[in-house]
Design a protein around this ligand. Structure first.
Ligand code: GLY
Length: 351
């Protein structure tokens, strides 16, 4: 998603772009993602990360208009807002402080259930995030691939990038597992696999963080908004599916879906919306988030190697941050000042 968003933006600005993709475009973390676009919450509201996330959410409608026109294929997008619920006073205190910091309302249980009648009787209250949105990442990944092709981006699918090629401190291309791709600019956007790329000036501390997910099929959706508790989040989809996410596990690239993982998600989903006990279990899967040591992405130019850029480590926010990442990296490559200060996200913090 991140690599394709950058390619789409650069190709739109007239650049010639090749994407080296170890899988198929739109698979891996993009295909596994839930598509919850929820910029507020865990980060301080005055942080650069919060500004970046809010700007990317605002950019989404325009981004989708551009790419669905070029792709000639639609992408489900909807902004129903999110209710994040508390089941006890400690959780309520945590959510109240988030609401206060972000000038949002914390609702008593009765008000939350007036919005979503199927919420559990056991909740004690809920934070309301009215601007939160959802997108279908699988449709998005496909549409972005097609839109990139329309803009004449070249894809080398099923090919792994192995090493950045350099002439001293100037980038000259990428060595893949089958050949060499020459380029004057290289962007590392390899998600959870970024640490495997050799000959970088810094070994990237990006690790896979496994997320197990599942989908329930409902005859009628029991709620309209995104719902979240401390144990899970629920995404309602137009086709009647409810996505339930997600585990957070540092187990390397083990793509198993485990009994305990699925049991935990099902229990959490039914705790939040008891009516889901009657839904059909439709699908379950895993994906790998690209985690970093401080949970922040790595964005920007390398300070030593000319032509080398980073756009990785988006952790839990790759789908949300894709539109703004595409713009920022394209701006940097074109020597324009990006719309945000990027020093917090610099690879220098790991040098
Ligand atoms: N963005 C949701 C997750 O990482 O599970």
């Amino acid at each position: 998603m991140i690599g394709c968003a950058i390619a789409f933006e650069l190709a739109g600005r007239g650049r010639s772009v090749t994407v080296i993709e170890r899988d198929q475009p739109g698979r891996a973390a993009t295909w596994a993602a839930a598509g919850m676009l929820s910029p507020l919450g865990e980060t301080p509201p005055d942080s650069t990360f919060a500004a970046l996330a809010a700007a990317s959410l605002n950019a989404y409608p325009g981004f989708l208009t551009d790419l669905t026109r070029d792709a000639a294929s639609g992408v489900e997008f909807n902004a129903p807002g999110k209710l994040e619920v508390a089941f006890d006073e400690a959780e309520a205190a945590h959510l109240r402080s988030i609401c206060q910091a972000n000038r949002l309302s914390f609702m008593p249980a009765s008000a939350a259930r007036a919005l979503e009648a199927e919420l559990s009787d056991d909740i004690v209250g809920a934070a309301h995030f009215p601007a939160d949105a959802l997108v279908d990442p699988r449709a998005l990944g496909y549409a972005l691939w097609k839109a990139c092709l329309k803009r004449e981006v070249v894809f080398r699918a099923g090919v792994s990038a192995r090493a950045v090629l350099r002439d001293g401190n100037v980038v000259t291309g990428v060595a893949t597992d089958s050949d060499v791709a020459k380029a004057s600019v290289v962007v590392i956007a390899a998600g959870a696999w970024s640490a495997d790329i050799e000959a970088l000036p810094v070994k990237l501390p990006v690790v896979p963080v496994r997320g197990q997910m599942l989908a329930l099929q409902c005859a009628t959706l029991p709620f309209q908004r995104l719902l979240q508790s401390r144990r899970c989040y629920l995404i309602p989809r137009a086709d009647g599916r409810v996505l339930v996410g997600a585990t957070m596990e540092r187990v390397g690239f083990d793509s198993s879906t485990t009994a305990a993982g699925i049991q935990g998600l099902l229990a959490a989903a039914i705790q939040l919306v008891p009516a889901l006990a009657n839904a059909a279990l439709a699908e379950y899967w895993t994906g790998f988030r690209p985690g970093t040591l401080d949970d922040l992405p790595i964005l920007g130019a390398d300070s030593e190697v000319s032509g080398l850029y980073y756009a990785t480590g988006h952790y839990r926010n790759g789908i949300l941050l894709a539109p703004i990442t595409g713009r920022i990296i394209a701006d940097l490559i074109e020597q324009h000042v990006p719309p945000f200060p990027l020093h917090e996200f610099s690879v220098e913090r790991f040098r």
